[in-house]
Design a protein around this ligand. Sequence first.
Ligand code: CA
Length: 221
Amino acid sequence: MRILLVEDDPQLGDGIRTGLQQAGHATDWLQDGQAALHSLDVENFDMVVLDLGLPRMDGISVLKKIRTAGNDVPVLILTARDTVEDRIKGLDCGADDYLVKPFDLDELCARIRALSRRHNGRSSPLINYRNIVLDPISHSLSKEGKDIILSGREFKILQTLLENTGRVLSRERIEESLFGWDDALESNATEVHIHHLRKKLGKDLIVTIRGVGYMIPKADR
Ligand code: CA
């Protein structure tokens, strides 16, 4: 998934970003609240990891503003050990979860997975669709019980489409879920990955909506 990390401590921010990237998330890192607010205004993220003590605009204000604007992106706040009030305030202002510093990166990743499941209305980590089972944790996929090998990007495209069944996703939206700002991307990369996915999983799974994007229909259609 595509994650926005907002953390002004350079060392901590760098460590978290590296950890999230290693866990397979496209991660964009910003260091002040104003920049985060602007970015959330113009880009789509699947998750926000938000420090509260930030320059230019504090995390609580960022949170309040995006919720007021109707943005329901899952937000996990990072707080210092001694600020119970901040934690309560954060949750009251629309944060979905929090972690107290210092925390373990594995715990952060586990909470992000849990939040994402909750946000997508699933309590099981597995995504079942017709005869396909996708496991976001082990990065494995099976069809009719047989394992199917996908590249990292193919896997993420399929996961994004399966998490949004019945919705048409533009190529830009798919690419946003895949890549951070740092990654250069060939212009036809998504088409190529979709082509490979169709070869591996059957040509009917992913529907092209001409001029708009791609969709996997709701399973009960
Ligand atoms: Ca801070």
